[in-house]
Design a protein around this ligand. Structure first.
Ligand SMILES: [Zn+2]
Length: 236
């Protein structure tokens, strides 16, 4: 799953929010595909509703917890390196303020300001809050808004769970004869939606993204159903 990152180049709250939204859609997509694969596979082997419910629920919990743990680890690492970079910056600002002012001036010049204006801007930014200025211009991070690993973990957990609930309910609620068609159709329809949304949020054209997403999900269900049917027929 793509994790939200600080948006260096276009640094803005909007970019960050779109990243989060996209991560949520992709998390839900993972929940849909993996849980659909599990329940359809089990449905290939058995008619038992309790077996379907158990397998689907275990898949939902295992998936959402593994996503949350992975996200927690990755965001914690990112946060650690941001905190370390800020500490280095703080020390440099204390030990060599002149060099840091030159550095900031140079960075602002690279962004298109004239030498004089860059120097003036660097002086003003340094006088107001030197660390924040260097954090934003040099490191591309906002020291007040470092990503919280718990928030990221919770968001992944929720997104995956929401996605996983769809195939789980679709397989256990309908009467036996309707389980597979209801599940396959609702899963593929949901994958059209998540594929479209993630493409739009990533500013890509939706057509191919939707197709890939639907084919991927159909493949996952086809493979697990075949495996489940073989095991079921073998009396395993
Ligand atoms: Zn610096």
């Amino acid at each position: 799953m793509t994790e939200p990152t600080h948006d260096e180049a276009h640094g803005g709250a909007l970019g960050a929010r779109l990243n989060w939204l996209r991560a949520a859609v992709l998390g839900a997509n993972d929940g849909i595909v993996s849980t659909a694969g599990i329940v359809v596979g089990v449905a290939g082997a058995t008619q038992s509703r309790s077996a379907l419910l158990t397998a689907g629920l275990a898949g939902l919990l295992a998936g959402s917890m593994s996503m949350a743990a992975g996200e927690y680890v990755s965001v914690s690492t990112q946060r650690d390196s941001e905190v370390a970079a800020l500490a280095v910056e703080k020390r440099e600002l204390r030990d060599q303020p002149e060099a840091e002012l030159r550095e900031l001036t140079g960075l602002l010049e690279e962004r298109g300001l004239s030498r004089e204006v860059a120097r003036e801007a660097a002086q003003q930014l340094t006088a107001r809050d030197a660390l924040r200025a260097h954090a934003r211009v040099e490191l591309g991070i906002n020291p007040d808004e470092l990503t919280n690993p718990w928030h990221a973990a919770w968001a992944s957990f929720t997104a995956f769970t929401v996605g996983a609930l769809l195939p789980l309910l679709a397989i256990v609620l309908p009467p036996a004869g309707w389980r597979l068609p209801v599940t396959v159709v609702s899963v593929l329809a949901a994958l059209v939606l998540t594929g479209w949304a993630s493409a739009r949020l990533g500013a890509a054209r939706p057509g191919r993204a939707v197709l890939r997403n639907v084919v991927g999900g159909a493949l996952a269900m086809g493979v697990t159903y075949a495996a489940g049917s073989l095991l079921g027929a073998a009396g395993a």
